[in-house]
Design a protein around this ligand. Sequence first.
Ligand SMILES: N[C@@H](CCC(=O)N[C@@H](CS)C(=O)NCC(=O)O)C(=O)O
Length: 202
Amino acid sequence: MKLYYSKTSPYSRKVRLMIYEKGLQQAIISVACNPFDEAPDLETANPLGKVPTMILDDGSSLYDSPVICAYLDTLTSDRLIPESGPDTNRERWNVLRWEALCDGVLDAAYNIVMERRRDTREQSDSWIKQWKSQVIRSLDHMEAEIDTLPERLSLAQLSLGTTLGYLDFRLQELDWRSQCPALTVWYGDFSARKAMQNTRPE
Ligand SMILES: N[C@@H](CCC(=O)N[C@@H](CS)C(=O)NCC(=O)O)C(=O)O
């Protein structure tokens, strides 16, 4: 299998965390690329031209990050997304909802970063305000709901670690720690994991 990724892409980081935590490094060739450069191989595999994109051994491809994570999770028995079933459904939807919320924060944060790269005269203050509000509201929600993170490691924690790491990397001025003391403590522990250290954006 082959993974197209970028070191600075948070969605790629979520997938790479999954790969590390499940011990799948040997099964996957990781190819770093910049989706904003000419990337014909990436575009052939994914018409959206986005990372992460994964090519399976039969030549078919998978995107985007939730789909790739769901696929990778089926490859080993230590599930990071609880399987469907009467006893596990509640936890499954909880994990997938955490992933969706974290991805939504990433979408808003990523939009702000991209908007700020445009000529200042073209930037929309009202959009930036809207995206910032989404991030701030969601952080409040995550802070209040932190006790709903599963006890065992799951995709929920990988998603949260990815998102807080991205805010540190690209939106330091947001100073999320002053808003979220419980998340600060949680992230202090989680970011020490080997997988987090090995996937730091740079
Ligand atoms: N929803 C997608 C988002 C992927 C995404 O937006 N990736 C960015 C890099 S962080 C990208 O490839 N952007 C290139 C582009 O938009 O052309 C996922 O979860 O994988």
